[in-house]
Write a protein that binds this ligand. Structure first.
Ligand SMILES: C[S@@+](CC[C@H](N)C(=O)[O-])C[C@H]1O[C@@H](n2cnc3c(N)ncnc32)[C@H](O)[C@@H]1O
Length: 306
């Protein structure tokens, strides 16, 4: 990833992020972010290219976003970029969870469930309200004596939520996925750094590259007692039926990545498939929804008897 193409877009364009894999010989990795929560319609799209993008590639990319503003092309100095991205990553707490970088190990207190995550090429350093909301949800579920045996984390990014869930429930078996293979590589490194062992057995984490539940391993391992999905609202809505089917009766689903104005639509989509809203956590503009699957809901994936 050594070149970036960045331009402002509106929220609708950011959320409808197109699949660019077939449009470029060397497809870029796309990232969208909302730089200022006070201006929720002003987003920034950044495309990471491995090689200098041609003028044609830049024009083609910008033409995919009707609201695209002025385009900036820049070379990323790897060393400088890493240093810059580490700056300001203060440790963050969510209940007993503490997410910190190697530079802040001194912040760990006795009793903390500490997770070490370095800044890098994947989302999920704990700094964003969506990640924090999910960590609070995990902390709360733990206090309610939930004991999920099978956990899925969709859109795992750095792997932070899957790692946190296994720290809370060390006997559970977890699988985590991301649509972005770069993120899966980052999550593998973070799992190692946090002594989360790779594998399919109890206490281990399996990582796969896939959109949503679109991987045979994710389907084979269902149903899940706990599903975490911090993705944007449109893919969450699109996933509602499949995700509900992959959740065990009485199981819990934690959703984030949606904006407050989208919460009603997301809840409605999941309610249609037997997932009842239990709580809304997190910061107002980035709510985190905790849902429970009705114990009497019809058939689950995988046919596991409980
Ligand atoms: C907001 S980040 C969440 C990262 C981490 N789970 C956290 O809570 O901080 C969303 C992640 O979902 C991935 N993603 C986006 N759409 C996806 C999809 N349809 N299926 C799976 N992953 C997706 C992105 O690549 C990104 O890593």
């Amino acid at each position: 990833m050594s070149w970036t193409v960045a331009f402002p877009v509106n929220r609708a364009d950011a959320e409808a992020l197109p699949d660019v894999d077939d449009l470029f010989d060397a497809p870029p990795t796309l990232n969208v972010e909302e730089p200022d929560p006070a201006r929720p319609d002003d987003w920034l799209l950044t495309a990471y290219f491995a090689d200098p993008p041609s003028p044609d590639a830049v024009t083609r990319l910008a033409s995919l976003f009707p609201s695209a503003g002025p385009v900036t092309v820049a070379e990323l100095e790897e060393a400088d970029w890493t240093t810059l991205s580490q700056r300001g990553l203060e440790p963050v707490r969510a209940g007993r969870f503490l997410v910190h970088t190697a530079a802040h190990t001194a912040a760990v207190r006795p009793g903390d469930r500490a997770i070490r995550i370095e800044a890098g090429l994947a989302f999920g350093t704990g700094q964003h309200a969506t990640t924090l909301g999910c960590l609070h949800a995990l902390d709360r579920l733990g206090k309610r004596r939930a004991r999920p045996a099978r956990i899925a984390d969709l859109g795992t990014g750095t792997g932070v939520l899957a790692i946190a869930a296994l720290k809370r429930w060390p006997g559970a078996a977890a699988v985590a996925s991301d649509i972005d293979p770069v993120a899966i590589g980052v999550a593998e490194g973070n799992a190692r750094a946090n002594r989360t062992r790779a594998g399919r057995a109890a206490g281990r984490l399996e990582l796969v590259t896939a959109p949503g539940l679109g991987h045979p391993r994710l389907k084979a391992r269902a149903p899940y007692d706990l599903v975490l999905a911090n993705i944007l609202a449109p893919p969450l809505i699109a996933l509602a039926r499949e995700l509900a089917h992959a959740t065990s009766p009485g199981g819990t689903v934690v959703l984030a990545g949606l904006l407050s104005g989208q919460a009603r639509r997301v809840r409605a989509a999941y309610r249609r498939h037997g997932l009842v809203p239990m709580a809304t956590l997190g910061r107002a503009e980035w709510p985190c929804l905790v849902l429970k699957r009705r114990a009497s809901a019809p058939g689950t994936a995988g046919g596991r008897k409980r």
